[in-house]
Design a protein around this ligand. Structure first.
Ligand SMILES: [Zn+2]
Length: 368
């Protein structure tokens, strides 16, 4: 008895032309494949109910349509290798309540794998991930919220600041009721509204140059830096160097005053450029560029922006983080460097920064 059960993927639309050509349209990737099909395959697709196992299905096909047993098996194999059908998970990794909550997301993940079980494994990776987020502002907070919605249940939040009235215009999760609260506490409460099972550790302090954060970083699955005080370059270098040392993927988002819809930077140690590689890139590209500062006075010290821009940046970052944690996309091959969304025409422009082979942090002869 072959107990495997197959079903047509929820994300695949099928169209049959003249009973000869089958077109499969993969909704999640927008790919389209057209096959020449025979009668056995057409009938098989009609009978794939996600209930009967391979033996039961094959016996039915042999009896009803007088087809060869081997042809049925070959057709199942063909449909499976084409990504149209998937083996149904019978011994679930994730319990029913959790599956129901993340059902659509698991379906989406399954598009990227040969079988549905891999999608559950990807979901479980999110549930098990331990994420440390520096900064509970517009970027860090919205990344935390989206990761919580996606299933992450272990967070460490690091921020010294308190919620101010002006924060309400820029953050989804702060309200008049939270003004005066520490941001990490207000954000923690919000995450627990999304999922009461979420465990949040809070570190209520500023990131000083001499602060020892190594113990905090060690053992985390992913680290996010959105601390732009005193300067995003300093905090990123400090955090990125420790993450590279412990081989922890991290994301640098925030500090976007000068470029409000930046995508941020995904850093996978020894694969992508690290924070120091970016510094080298900018030092090189700005070489010889020493303009005299124009003596303009009385300018506002806060550059304007829209909450939607920080939501774009945090959503972009969250998708990159989810891809990296779940491995649904091989980010070691398909990573992007920092880019910027132009508000005016919605063009998304990426830098040409490359990993520096001589980088003191991530290069072959690293010294830091
Ligand atoms: Zn580097």
């Amino acid at each position: 008895m072959d107990n495997r059960i197959y079903k047509i993927k929820d994300s695949v639309d099928l169209f049959l032309n003249d009973n000869i050509f089958l077109t499969a349209y993969f909704m999640n990737t927008r790919k389209r494949k057209t096959f020449k099909v025979n009668n056995v395959l057409v009938k098989l697709l009609e009978q794939l109910d996600g209930e009967r196992n391979i033996t039961q299905l094959s016996e039915y096909m042999v009896k009803e349509y007088d087809v060869a047993f081997e042809d049925v098996l070959a057709s199942i194999e063909h449909l499976n290798s084409s990504g149209i059908i998937t083996e149904k998970v019978q011994d679930h990794l994730i319990n029913e309540t959790t599956r129901t909550r993340y059902n659509r997301q698991i379906n989406y993940f399954s598009e990227f794998f040969d079988d549905e079980k891999q999608a559950e494994i990807a979901q479980q990776k999110l549930i098990d991930a331990k994420v440390l987020i520096f900064g509970s502002g517009a970027i860090g907070g919205n990344i935390a919220i989206q990761l919580a919605m996606a299933g992450v249940t272990h967070f460490t939040l690091f921020d010294y600041d308190k919620v101010e009235p002006s924060d309400i215009a820029r953050h989804l999760y702060f309200s008049y009721a939270t003004v005066g609260m520490y941001k990490v506490e207000a954000l923690k409460n919000y995450l627990n509204k999304i999922n009461p099972k979420i465990i949040v550790d809070t570190v209520n302090q500023a990131l000083y140059p001499e602060a020892d954060i190594e113990e905090l970083v060690k053992g985390k699955s992913f680290v996010v830096n959105t601390l732009d005080e005193p300067y995003i370059g300093y905090t990123s270098a400090k955090i990125s160097r420790i993450c590279v040392k412990y081989d922890i993927p991290h994301f640098i988002g925030g500090g976007f005053d000068a470029h409000l819809a930046s995508t941020g930077e995904l850093v996978i140690p020894h694969i992508t450029p690290c924070a120091d590689c970016y510094v080298t890139h900018f030092t090189e590209s700005l070489k010889g560029w020493k303009p005299k500062k124009h003596p303009v006075k009385n300018r506002s010290d806060q550059i304007g922006g829209l909450a939607s821009m920080s939501l774009f940046s945090s959503s972009y970052a969250t998708m990159e983080i989810i891809k990296t944690i779940t491995n649904i996309v091989d980010m070691r091959k398909d990573y992007k460097v920092r880019g910027e969304l132009m508000f005016k025409d919605f063009s998304l422009n990426y830098l040409t920064v490359k990993k520096d082979p001589n980088c003191a942090v991530c290069g072959k002869d690293a010294t830091l």
